[in-house]
Design a protein. Structure first.
Length: 127
C-alpha cells in the first residue's frame, strides 16, 4: 500500500505530479491532503487531520479545497480504510458513493467516488 511503504525518494519524485495542501494554525500543520489529476478525474489521497482538531469541520474544508483544485475534473475519487467509520461517514455525507473494496496488504480499503457538478463550476467562475 503506497501510503505506508514509500521511501522518501519515491515520495519526493511525486511532488511535481500533484498538489499538496496543508492547513496551518499557529505555525503548526493541523491537516493536509493531496490531489492529482488523472484524465478528467481528481484523485484525492493522504488526507489527515491532527487528532486534536478532528470533528471541527477542518477535514470537510480540506476536502472541498482538494475537490476544487482542478476545475477541469469531472469526477473525484479517493479511498480510506474500511474501519475508518468517521471518514466513510463524512465522504458519504459529501455525496461520495462506494465503488469497490480491495485488500491492500493487510488492510481492506473502500474506494469512493462522485461526479463533480460542472454547471456550478461554470457559474462560480463567471461571478
Amino acid at each position: 500500500m503506497p501510503p505506508l511503504t514509500q521511501s522518501l525518494a519515491e515520495l519526493e519524485s511525486e511532488f511535481n505530479n500533484k498538489c499538496i495542501l496543508k492547513i496551518v494554525l499557529n505555525d503548526q500543520i493541523i491537516a493536509s491532503g493531496q490531489v492529482k489529476l488523472n484524465g478528467s478525474t481528481s484523485c484525492i489521497g493522504r488526507m489527515a487531520v491532527k487528532s486534536d482538531f478532528k470533528g471541527k469541520g477542518i477535514g470537510s474544508k480540506l476536502l472541498s479545497a482538494l475537490e476544487q483544485f482542478y476545475p477541469e475534473a469531472h469526477q473525484v475519487e479517493l479511498f480510506t480504510g474500511i474501519n475508518s467509520k468517521a471518514n466513510l461517514a463524512m465522504y458519504e455525507r459529501r455525496g461520495y458513493r462506494r465503488i469497490k473494496e480491495e485488500v491492500l496488504g493487510k488492510t481492506t480499503v473502500v474506494f469512493l467516488g462522485k461526479s463533480l457538478n460542472t454547471a456550478n463550476k461554470t457559474l462560480k467562475s463567471d461571478l
